[in-house]
Structure formats: structure tokens, C-alpha cells
Design a protein around this ligand. Structure first.
Ligand SMILES: O=C(O)CCC(=O)C(=O)O
Ligand SMILES: [Fe+2]
Length: 229
């Protein structure tokens, strides 16, 4: 029995190749703007990239829908993150020489509605061999972790951590970034809920019907105790 655990979720192929090419097509029809416009004052000082903003942009809204659907049907995300609200995503582009220095994301975000940002997500859109640099580097509680994932794969991480996008020195890095408010605010509680859910899935294919039912009750009651809706 392997229980996946932790607050850094790596999702291989969050979107499939056809969703990826739809997103890339939509991006081709959109215009990028200076990314400083969506950063808080402190972050704007270290932010040097280009962005497409979902608000008032039809193509970006369609990208948002594809990403939203992929998040909603992904069982690992639903189990470990319990998203309550997902922000309309931003599409970002880093060309050679661009980077996003060490920063902390705003705790509250959103224009049409405000969410508390519990976790952030980067969905990588470019083939990692097509650009140099551009790793997402997070100062985790276990030390520095770098992510440069395959096109279509994503990482979700606690927004409480300082992070940066290292300079792109060659090629172009495209990514979709978004933030979520979780039904359960604290990461350590979400981890317990996720672990129970994984044991429940293991038990569901065995004959331990009473244990399964009992654990389902514990799982449900803990969510009732901890969720803020
Ligand atoms: O592109 C990324 O991997 C993360 C970008 C980021 O940190 C941000 O937009 O706040
Ligand atoms: Fe960030």
C-alpha cells in the first residue's frame, strides 16, 4: 500500500495532449501584457514577465474553463486539496531574460470576488527541453525544491511559502497559474483527510465492509468538523 502524502502535489498530465493544444491555440489568438499589472506592490518590483488576464478576455476565459474542468475531475486534487473556489487563471510567458524574483503571493486575491489563497498552482505548457532555466523554485520546509515539469503537468503548493521563477536564458516558458481556496484551510488537516481517503479507496476493493463503513464515517465527520463553507 502506497499512501501519497505531503502538501506539494505533482500532477503528471493534469491536462491531456488535446486540451494542451487547445490551450496553445487560444494563446496564439491572445495578446500578452506586462505581468506587473496583476502583482501586489512588493511582487511587482521583482516581476518581469508577460501575461494574459482572464478577465475581459474571451480566449483566456476559454482557457480558464479547460483548466477548471481538469482540476474538478482530478481525483488527487479533489482528495488532497478540496478546492472550494478556483480563481480564473493567468497565462504567463517568460521570454529570454525574464524571471519572477523571490516573492510571496497575496493572501487575498480576485477582482469579481475575493478568495483566500491557500494553494497556488503552476500548469506547465512548454516542453522543458524547449527553454533553458525557468524553474519554479519553492522554499519548502524541506529546503529548496525546483519544478520544471513536462507540458501538461502541474504542481500545487502551499501559498505560505516564498517562491520564484528562475530566469529564462533561452527559449520561451509558457504556463498557466492559478490559486485556490480550500474547504479546509490548514494544510496538516487536509493531509489527514487525504490519507484517510486513500485508505478508504484501498479498503473499497477488499472484503472489509464494516471497517470501510466505519472509516467513511470518521472521514465524513472530520470534514464536517473542519470544513469552512
Ligand atoms: O509561473 C510560475 O511557476 C509561478 C508564478 C508565480 O509565482 C506567480 O504568478 O505568483
Ligand atoms: Fe507567486
Amino acid at each position: 500500500m502506497i499512501i501519497e502524502t505531503g502538501n506539494y502535489l505533482e500532477l503528471t498530465q493534469l491536462i491531456n495532449p488535446s486540451e494542451l493544444s487547445s490551450i496553445l491555440n487560444l494563446i496564439e489568438q491572445s495578446n500578452f501584457k506586462d505581468g506587473k499589472s496583476t502583482a501586489s506592490e512588493n511582487a511587482a518590483n521583482v516581476k518581469n514577465n508577460l501575461q494574459i488576464n482572464s478577465e475581459n478576455n474571451f480566449h483566456a476565459q476559454q482557457i480558464g474553463q479547460i483548466v477548471h474542468q481538469a482540476i474538478s475531475k482530478n481525483r488527487r486534487i479533489q482528495s488532497a486539496i478540496l478546492p472550494k473556489v478556483i480563481l480564473p487563471p493567468l497565462v504567463s510567458q517568460y521570454e529570454s531574460g525574464m524571471h519572477y524574483g523571490l516573492h510571496v503571493d497575496s493572501p487575498l486575491m480576485g477582482n469579481q470576488f475575493t478568495i483566500r489563497t491557500d494553494v497556488g498552482m503552476t500548469l506547465f505548457l512548454s516542453d522543458p527541453s524547449s527553454y533553458e532555466g525557468g524553474e519554479l523554485e519553492i522554499m519548502t520546509e524541506f529546503g529548496l525544491q525546483r519544478f520544471k515539469l513536462s507540458a501538461g503537468s502541474a504542481v500545487i503548493y502551499p501559498t505560505t511559502r516564498l517562491h520564484q521563477v528562475l530566469p529564462v536564458t533561452q527559449g520561451k516558458r509558457l504556463a498557466v497559474v492559478t490559486w485556490m481556496q480550500c474547504a479546509i484551510r490548514e494544510a496538516n488537516k487536509r493531509e489527514i483527510i487525504d490519507q484517510i481517503n486513500q485508505v478508504l479507496n484501498e479498503l473499497s476493493v477488499t472484503d472489509h465492509k464494516e471497517s470501510h463503513l466505519m472509516l467513511q464515517q470518521i472521514y465524513s465527520n472530520l470534514i464536517r468538523m473542519w470544513a469552512e463553507i
